[in-house]
Write a protein that binds this ligand. Structure first.
Ligand SMILES: [Zn+2]
Length: 331
């Protein structure tokens, strides 16, 4: 066990892990020592030191320190074993990540070759080709991915492991619009929205990744959080490029950390207004959690029964939506 842990720590240097999660550091003077803002507490002056040679960190602000696994425990609020599992997952995906990228490229190629797919995008109010391309949207017609990937030399075992092919040997995604899910610059999953009568939402087994397109959203002083990728797509199309998406109302720990990685960030929660109040309740819980870590969360109340997608489909304009943002209030 301890040998495995040493091996794990060697393969993911602490500094590299931190940088992959957007920690910016400066040389601290001593050889191989770096300093930056502490990711573990609200830090205004850099007090978090990393010794890249020893693979250890120490924060003079909150007094915490240790190795990579200790950092993950504190950063993601996970017990020891799950922290190790999280790190193993970070290591694993190289071939899987490449496979997902190749799969997505194939699905993107299919999108404009199937009129039912482009019709569906129009039906959801998405028509700007630039946005469709930027979001990386593709289409899985079903029944032809396995042959395509076999042609690239991917072994069936890997296709089964990632869940792209099910145990009956069929494509897992069939008649679905596909969006890529990334984390720290790597593709970790695919989301498929059914265009037919099958269950609407589908992800491959494993992590749903970080917040959607977070790299391009994180630098805005205010972010809009939605629960569906079509909500995000229509908002981007209407000019709200500071919109991100958690795919569902439940934020994973890494997603929550992304949203709260900067004190003072303003977050507009634009979740669905469900009749059973599920969206409203999720909004309140999330707003409370965010407030606890210094993020100002405003709850956007769209007209009853609407989510951002349906609201724009019903004819709303960017100005209408802006009005709801302005009327939003903190808890
Ligand atoms: Zn600290």
């Amino acid at each position: 066990m301890s040998e495995d842990l040493e091996y794990l720590k060697q393969r993911i240097p602490l500094l590299e892990y931190l940088q992959r999660h957007n920690w910016s550091a400066h040389p601290a003077g001593a050889a191989q020592e770096f300093v930056g803002l502490c990711p573990l507490h609200r830090d205004s002056r850099p007090s978090f030191y990393v010794n890249a040679h020893k693979n250890l960190f120490y924060c003079h602000g909150c007094g915490r320190g240790g190795d990579l696994i200790r950092f993950v425990q504190l950063f993601l609020n996970l017990p020891f074993r799950q922290s190790v599992a999280h790190l193993e997952q970070e290591l694993m995906p190289a071939p899987a990540s490449q496979l997902l990228e190749q799969t997505l490229a194939f699905y993107q190629f299919q999108l404009h070759r199937h009129s039912e797919a482009t019709r569906y995008l129009e039906y959801r109010g998405l028509h700007d080709p630039t946005i469709i391309e930027e979001l990386g949207i593709g289409y899985a017609p079903g029944g032809n991915l396995r042959r395509h990937l076999a042609g690239w030399g991917y072994p069936l075992d890997l296709l089964l492991d990632t869940g792209l092919i099910n145990s009956h040997g069929r494509d897992a995604f069939c008649r679905r619009i596909i969006f890529p899910c990334g984390q720290a610059g790597r593709m970790v999953n695919l989301y498929g929205r059914s265009i037919g009568s099958a269950f609407p939402h589908r992800l491959l087994p494993g992590s749903k990744g970080g917040l959607f397109a977070w790299e391009s959203v994180r630098d805005f002083p205010a972010a809009i959080l939605v629960e569906g990728l079509f909500d995000l797509a229509v908002l981007w199309q209407a000019g709200f490029r500071n919109t991100t998406c958690a795919i569902g109302t439940h934020l994973t720990q890494p997603q929550f950390h992304q949203l709260s990685d900067r004190a003072g960030r303003l977050v507009y929660l634009a979740l669905d207004q469900d009749e059973n109040q599920a969206g409203q309740q999720a909004s309140h819980e999330l707003a409370q959690r965010l407030a606890n870590v210094g993020v100002i969360a405003y709850i956007v109340q769209l007209p009853a029964g609407h989510d951002p997608n349906s609201y724009f489909l019903a004819g709303a304009t960017a100005a209408d939506f802006t009005r709801f943002l302005q009327e939003a209030r903190p808890l």
